[in-house]
Ligand binder design. Sequence first.
Ligand SMILES: [Zn+2]
Length: 619
Amino acid sequence: MKTLFSFFIFFSISLLHQESKKNQRNLASSESDHKVIFLLLDGVNETIFKDLLDKGSLPHFSQMLENKDPNGYKGIYTPATSVWPSTTGPGYAPFIMGLYPQKSNLTGIRLFNRETKKYRIFAGSDLLKINNEVSKEFPTIYEVFEKDQTFSQTGFIFRRGWKADGSYIKPHASITSITALCEKLKLDDAESKIYKTDYKTINSFLSKTSGKKRFQGAAERSFFNVKKRLGKKMNPLHVGFHLMASSFEKIIFRGRKSLNQLPKFSFMSLHAPDSIAHKYGVGEKYKNAIIELDFMVGWIREYLEMIGEHNVSLIISSDHGVDPVENVIKHHHRLVDQISESLSLKIRDSEKRFSNKFNRKMKKELIDHDGFSSISGNANMQLYLKNDPQWKKKLSDLPSFKGMRYSQFFLPLIKKITKLQSTENVYFQINPSQYMILNQEGVSQITMNSDKTKASYQVLEGKDPLFHQSKDQELLKAIKNKQTLSLEQWAIITKDSNYPDSIQQIVQLLDSKRGGDIFIDAKVGYEPWDEMQAGVHGALRKDHIRVPLLISSKILDEQKARQFFKDLKRFPRTVDVYPTILKALDTPIPSSISFKRDKKTVTIPVRTDIDGVSLDIWK
Ligand SMILES: [Zn+2]
């Protein structure tokens, strides 16, 4: 093992010396060469991120926001709201499609598709099938642009058209490239493995988007430059991962298709914070993961400068936050068992990673059970229930389980769920325009107008399940007077509450045809399952739904952006990022898309009524 490791270090350093000056030549880029790299830092809690930023623990992010860059880069930071359920998958679609789960069809990391009667687990066996499940009525950003104009590394959703049978076509993308080699190095403690993945991701992305000559050596040099500038003691393990990953990229470079240039749009996901949080909670290790990503982003910036990419907007955000779970066994239990018992129903638990067995026996599962559960993140649980005890009726689209989804009669049963120890809020719909929110202490209701643009919110019983802690006078007045306000106005007045943008989020998820019939968020400090995770997300609360949004760009008009956010009054939403990226790349939202299928170009009309709006921040 040691020999192999030394070989790679030697190999890398020797290449480093071979690197000639000519590869550093500045390829001066004009405004029209503008490019965007979107970096998704998976699972970053906005409050913790901002705290680290304010303390000076994130030097590269701070530098991007100083607005003193000699090359004219400007930066801006704002909290943003993601989507509910706040989980990987549903939380990625906003950035590349501008959609909430209702329109993206991704209503959870696990879901039951009533039309195909398939159970999907995107956190396991159905990882790639997410590209088939995600809505084809709206394009992904990879379908908006020509094939060579986009790239995705560990992007989760990366469909670029689909074949006649409906299965997805890949863009220039790679899930992973050097797993086998990493395993050989036996740096196998769980924390190291997590970081290894992100080092692989960056090296793979850089090598495939910058051309062989430019990649050689530049990856190492930029890495060590940043380490040196930070004056930080190098973590030998991380140096090892990096050298190994970049060496391997070089070895396999020759035989592989590469873009040889940075495309218009690139997507990269770095997963350390989320993986660390699930495993170790939200303590020092979690903060260190965010600090490590600050370093990685600094390294990418250094690399881009080195290879002459001087006009690249970096947009950095996250799919969801996280909060910790108590490390005692009674805080981790199978809520579905308790629900089944208290409701006298037979509800099938979510499978953890593999859906194959479940789907193979689906016919029997449908007959044997009164419903299915799907868990996301792991703090969100959705129950899919049937109104026909034999599952013999054809399942209609929306609402598929009419009897359950819109039943007043069901209220006493749902009240029983709120009494269970790990339950925070329970959400369900009683008719097409009314949505109930219940917890142990109270009941409230959202009433929408017929075209679903305005809503009123009122407390029906006890304490307000969402806003009882709020001190915002405008919010309290609107609730007390049962005011009918636009969803935009609700986003403004709920902005600083513990449930920011919740009215919009509840309506979109409960109206979705893929979502369950009953939606349950776990109480703070609880995991409603038995995976013993130390940190969870998925719920509607602030710690899960609020994420950082940082933009660094030469075309950013920082003054205008500040004023725009001030006038917007709400936080930007992650669904707003997609149209904002298209605007930066001077590309309108298309009404049709074209891609190659069986050597022919097909053109398909698509919907333009996305959920996001472009943020007016560019020059
Ligand atoms: Zn995630």
